[in-house]
Design a protein. Sequence first.
Length: 712
Amino acid sequence: VMRYIVIGSLLLGAGLIILLALAADNTQFLAGNFALLLGLTALAAVALALLFGYQALTLWRRVRAGVFGSRMTARLFWILGLMALVPGLVIYGVSVQFIVKSIESWFDVRVEQALESGLALGQSALEHLEREQVKKAESMAQQLADMPSVLHIVRLNSLRESAGLRQASLFDAEGRMLGFASGDNAQTLPNAPERDAIWQARLQQPWSRIEAQEETGELILRVVVPVNLISLTETLRLLQVTQPVPAKLSQDAQSVQRTHDDYQELAVSKLGLKRLYGLALTLTLALALFSALALAFILSERLSAPLRALAKGTRAVARGDFSQVQASGRKDELGMLTQSFNRMTLQLSEARAATEESREKLREAKDYLESILGNVSTAVVTLDQNLEVRLANPAAADILGVPREALEGRPLVHWGEQESYLQRFAADMARQFQDHGKRPWRVQVELHTESGTRQLLARGTPLTEGDRPEYALAFDDVSQLLQAQRDAAWGEVARRMAHEIKNPLTPIQLSAERLQVKLEDKLENPQDRHVLTKATDTIVSQVETMKTLVNAFAQYARLPTPKLAPVDLNALVEEVITLYEGALPIHLALAEGLPQVSADASLLRQVLVNLLKNAQEAVHEISMPRVTVSSRIETEHVILCISDNGPGFPDSLLSRLFEPYATNKPKGTGLGLPIVKKIIEEHHGTIEVRNLSPQGAEVCIRLPVSAQENGE
């Protein structure tokens, strides 16, 4: 819309300027329409000025608002405006000076004097001709006055011819025609003398005038003189003669007169001409400048539009938006630049899509690898060339007992700055990497934590080639595996002992008893009988002890497979507690609404009996014994803990409590806790033993909730 308004204003202003220029050469048109043309031109200039003001205000608002590309448009606008303004002002100043000096040169003193001299010369010639004509008229009037009035009409033509005049007319004192004589064929009657001529003739003075014919423009000399009659009874008569001025003289006189009149008119209107041309030039300059400024705004918009679009496109590309810039259809360099930019953004978009696809695949592979590393039980730690930890999976944090943040992003030797056990382990691993260099290595180490000693199988492997490769450290907690191996070994030993030892025990016992029966009556000495009885009793009692030990080992080796079913753990605890009423002070702290566990009730009862028996034996020498049985729910498991205020477990046995024959009791077999652990593991649970502060011990078993409780 703005473009059409500017074009319309330009066409209107150009038309008005053309009309004003044409009017300067057409005096009549200029006199009749000058004010209208000047007003319309001024109105067009004001309209263009307002349009320019609106454009400048719009551009200023865009710059203030921070519209993208407005500053570039403003810069182009002012550059194009100055390119039009400076030459326009220079041309305007030169034109004004030229017009002023040109108008001044029109009114040269010599030209004015020459015109005055020519006019005076023409007037002298006409005055001489006028005097001659007056003399001829007076001579004719004198001749008419000397003859009777009745002869005036008859003699008028002859007197005219003798005087060499074109026309002669005779009028009375009132201006009525009495007679007429003409030397040409024209029968047009002459005009009656003017009132001034009649009054002047009555005063006995001649009247003369040079007049121009309207039809032909010919100069006519007309003279009126009085004709005095002899008779006193007759009134005064007037003689009017006309004679054309010679054609050459008439033309020259008229030309000089017109030139003089025009010159005088120009001289009078010199200041007006200066103002007229100055105003016309000013309006022309205003129209041209404001038109140029308005066009500069449009051109700056058109020039900056592709650049603004490209700049906007580059900012969009910087934000990651590779949408195409709208093609302008231009065939110039800007159009080619836009096409090149579109090709570039298309290539960037394709490259980004390919990068995103690769990144997505890499992310999927990374997620897959992290999922694997997060779910494997093996601890995996990656290190750079300087043995600085880059990644540690959750298994590493679980095995080492610290959060992942304490492992990642720091050198390996700085592990465990607050935990001495972890610091020793990290130093041992760093030494292994330094000693083996680029060769893989494998070592089994002990990790002495607060909760006990763990057996770790650690492996180091280079990940990259070169003199300073990156490394991977993997380690597994093989404590349970070793424990399982020991349990299997002990089970095999127990089975073999039960098989190899149990069979000879019965014959030994029977033989001892038979010896006592056969020999007791045959020995007369009481002392000998006493020795025999004591020896056989010792053999029988020791055999019974051996049988008890063998049976315990046999039970450890041949635990029955649990028959899992939903069991109310609280009810089972209360049932077992009744066996110890009055013999052991037990405090119950069972959680209400405890879900059922998946267990074999008979085996679980055996576990409770063993644990309560151990607690009873631990507090039998305590003055105020106390045993606490508590239960609670934790995620999808039920925790059952049995604690006492006894002396606790010796530190030397904490790491071997679940090994057969690991006991500090004089008559104990050391198979109670191993059997309990084996039963709990058969129930897919875990068992944990720890000493309490300041004294006492606690055994906690962890059993899974029944599948029926989970709605499976």
